[in-house]
Write a protein that binds this ligand. Structure first.
Ligand SMILES: *Cc1c(COP(=O)(O)O)cnc(C)c1O
Ligand code: SF4
Length: 450
């Protein structure tokens, strides 16, 4: 199948779009001024149920919904557009709305960009000791955009991540200087948007550098969901699979970190076939998704999704909380409900599916897992622990926050038992002050200097 993208410019060409009312089409046009919109022929023809599109999770996953903006923002923007406001006027108001949507959460920009020989290296983030994120400059778009995506500013030209020239050279140099890194995670956007020969250049640079500490190459991708033909009929699909095989043959584990939000994304012949092709290269496929209102806020959806993934040979890996950015008011599920969804899904499935962890918040100090709600010393509390910490030794220690049915994110929580702060907060504040990267052990010297 040949790939065809639809954006706000040409979405009227989507054959099924005639099912929408004029008002619904107008809403898409308005919201897509603020949030990025892109879908494609596979999503439209094989994933979306057009007979029930209004409540269809796959439709909501790709098509901007009116409620993703505040009603005030939507109405005002709609008015400006209807009254023929100038381009600049609209752009200014769009920017105002975006700035209210917390475009840069968790200090991604300030706190995770490492330095090499005293200079910031763009295109790399290194927050947790063992794993370095790599953003190849050519992989910063996707086959379609998720309406909830926390990287939305990057796709709307808000200049989220900057990229360096000669990326491979610096990448290798950084890996040499930081031998504690065992995992490289290619991320984006979607790195699988890259042509095989381009991806090969980066992979070959890593393989040729012969770095004994590198054990795993991970590729974060939504391509199995949004464009499985990447592995089937794209002109370079065979080349791509050969490249995967080459990695495994070199004794490096290749982990495809596949992003699926719903079992519907696992139901087509194309995704089954593509999965088989990837697995036949000896790569593993691990899966992750946030828990999202209007898309998958149901334990049955998750249980069915994990089971189906395991049937197909995938390994469930993470359930995330929706991040505190973009349309979080629309997609966010509170901590208590997310825990309910997770637990009620987890108890339905066999141990083989219970490789999944969560619900987890990717916050500034680390990945915080909501382990449960308990009553301790007469107080109802959330039991939490770090899955990953900016300081490695935060991981695994239980800590407690006051129960709050309205809490959606770590920032909403206060410590339980009348304590002033969480155990990690002093060290975290110091880490931010001295901008020490990444989550290495804080030395006595670091603590004094801060
Ligand atoms: C999640 C994440 C990783 C990978 O963590 P794992 O627990 O090893 O999967 C690495 N870096 C950042 C910034 C992350 O958010
Ligand atoms: S595929 Fe990933 S990066 Fe791309 S829009 Fe969806 S969540 Fe964002």
């Amino acid at each position: 199948m040949k790939y065809k993208a639809y954006t706000s410019r040409n979405f009227h060409d989507i054959p099924q779009i005639s099912k929408l009312t004029e008002q619904q089409k107008r809403s898409i046009q308005i919201v897509s001024q603020v949030l990025p919109f892109k879908t494609n022929n596979y999503v439209v023809d094989e994933l979306i149920d057009w007979d029930h599109f209004e409540d269809d999770s796959m439709f909501i996953l790709n098509f901007p919904q009116k409620e993703m903006l505040s009603s005030r923002g939507f109405d005002r923007l709609s008015e400006l557009m209807d009254n023929g406001a100038s381009k600049q006027e609209i752009a200014k108001y769009v920017n105002d709305i975006r700035m209210q949507m917390n475009p840069h959460p968790a200090g991604q920009l300030e706190h995770n960009v490492p330095t090499l020989n005293g200079e910031k290296i763009q295109g790399i983030q290194h927050k947790y000791r063992e794993t370095m994120l790599f953003f190849p400059s050519q992989g910063q778009t996707c086959h379609a955009y998720c309406t909830f995506c926390f990287r939305w500013p990057q796709f709307t030209g808000m200049g989220d991540i900057k990229f360096a020239m000669n990326q491979s050279d610096r990448l290798i140099e950084y890996l040499r200087q930081n031998p504690e890194i065992t995992d490289i995670l290619f991320t984006g956007g979607d790195p699988m948007i890259m042509k095989a020969d381009l991806l090969r250049k980066y992979i070959d640079a890593i393989l040729d550098a012969d770095l004994p500490n590198i054990k795993t190459i991970r590729i974060g991708t939504k391509s199995l969901s949004f464009w499985p033909y990447r592995y089937l009929s794209d002109p370079d699909s065979t080349e791509l699979l050969d490249l995967f095989r080459k990695i495994s043959d070199r004794g490096i584990h290749l982990a495809i970190m596949a992003h699926f939000n719903h079992y519907k994304e696992l139901a087509t012949d194309a995704v089954a076939e593509a999965t088989g092709k990837i697995l036949s290269t000896n790569a593993a496929i691990r899966t992750q998704s946030p828990v999202l209102n209007h898309i998958n806020a149901s334990s049955d959806v998750w249980a069915k999704m994990w089971r189906r993934q395991v049937d197909m040979g995938m390994i469930p890996y993470y359930m995330f909380m929706a991040r505190d950015t973009g349309a979080q008011d629309y997609f966010g599920v509170n901590m208590e409900s997310a825990l309910d969804i997770y637990t009620n899904a987890y108890i339905q499935v066999s141990g083989i599916c219970r490789t999944v962890r969560g619900p987890s918040m990717s916050a500034g100090p680390g990945k915080v897992c909501i382990n449960g709600i308990a009553e301790i010393k007469g107080e109802k509390v959330f039991v939490l622990s770090f899955i990953q910490g900016r300081l490695a030794d935060w991981v695994g220690k239980p800590f407690f926050a006051k129960y709050d049915p309205e809490a959606y994110w770590l920032d909403d929580l206060v410590p339980a038992f009348g304590e002033k702060e969480f155990f990690y907060e002093k060290a975290y504040a110091k880490l931010l002050r001295i901008s020490k990267l990444p989550g290495h052990t804080l030395s006595a010297e670091d603590l004094q200097s801060a």
